[in-house]
Design a protein around this ligand. Structure first.
Ligand SMILES: [Fe+2]
Length: 296
């Protein structure tokens, strides 16, 4: 089970649930997920070929800069579909860079990736039984990540959707995260002082940019923010899920992980008002309604 050091100054939003729990009711984990809990899948590990991932190169410097960016968050289908003969540049990079031009390593990596991919899809179906996804970004991080800045995710896309994020630690070492406040709770706490009413009626990604950048310092100020945080170490093969636009997180250390992002239409939710955009809009309405009392 994930090792969690809880900070009493941050909401304790962790829940630990088994797949049997997900199957026990008609809505699986959806109530917890829409309540913006961080759900750790209990008593379950993806049966991964860790050695296959470990044998892959983590050094992408032989690729050009644009390809390095692609490889940093490569989609798993490119790994699963690459062949030594493929002329697609990303397939070539998967084979030559990650798999060191070794056909046998490519074959093993593809088999390992397929196990992880199938597990993520199956977990989505079991844990979110009434959700359907209309889009999936199945990304994999195969290079080291360390000392990120504390942030809430900003996908820089205008779509108003419910996001389900399923994470898997693909490495034999723990993946260490710090996690902090719920985005809306934090925005409420600084709303007047920072004049966040400026962002009412705008794309909520603008508010995210401002809070992550101007308030917390962005990547240039990584690790220098003073938010209280829980510390979490996710085990090898462990699975967790959460709305990363609502839960502040900072990858402190990790080598390899899978991040599957499922796009769900709001009307498929138990409560569409719990999607990210609607919660941000509700905060602006709440603060606008409270303003006269404060001004008086
Ligand atoms: Fe993130």
């Amino acid at each position: 089970m994930a090792k969690i050091i809880r900070n009493p100054n941050v909401e304790d939003y962790f829940v630990e649930r088994t797949l049997a729990d997900a199957k026990a009711g008609p809505n699986g984990f959806i109530p917890d997920y829409e309540a913006n809990r961080l759900i750790v899948l209990k008593d379950y590990r993806v049966p991964l070929d860790f050695e296959a991932f470990a044998a892959m190169s983590t050094n992408t410097e032989s690729a050009d800069k644009a390809m390095q960016r692609v490889l940093k968050k490569v989609v798993s289908t490119h790994i699963m579909e690459a062949t030594p003969e493929s002329t697609l540049p990303v397939h070539q990079a998967v084979f030559k860079v990650f798999c060191k031009s070794d056909p046998e390593l490519l074959r093993r990596a593809q088999a390992a990736m397929k196990v992880a991919h199938d597990a993520a899809i199956s977990i989505f179906k079991t844990c979110f039984p009434t959700y359907e996804y209309f889009k999936l970004i199945p990304s994999v991080r195969l290079t080291q990540t360390m000392f990120e800045n504390m942030h809430w995710d900003n996908h820089n896309i205008p779509e108003d959707f419910q996001q389900v994020r399923i994470f898997v630690n693909l490495d034999q070492r723990p993946r260490v995260w710090n996690v902090s406040h719920n985005f809306v709770e934090y925005a409420r706490s600084i709303y007047r002082e920072r004049h966040l009413e400026r962002f009412a009626g705008r794309d909520p990604n603008d508010l995210n940019d401002y809070v992550c950048g101007e308030v917390l310092g962005g990547s240039a100020g990584a690790c220098l923010d003073t938010l209280p945080r829980h510390v979490v170490g996710f085990d090898p093969g462990e699975v967790w899920m959460g709305e990363s636009r609502m839960l502040a997180h900072q990858i402190f250390y990790g080598e390899r992980a899978m991040v599957y992002m499922f796009f769900v239409k709001p009307e498929k939710m138990l409560n569409p008002q719990r999607r990210f955009n609607a919660q941000v809009e509700a905060l602006h309405r709440e603060m606008a309604a409270a303003e006269p009392a404060i001004a008086a």
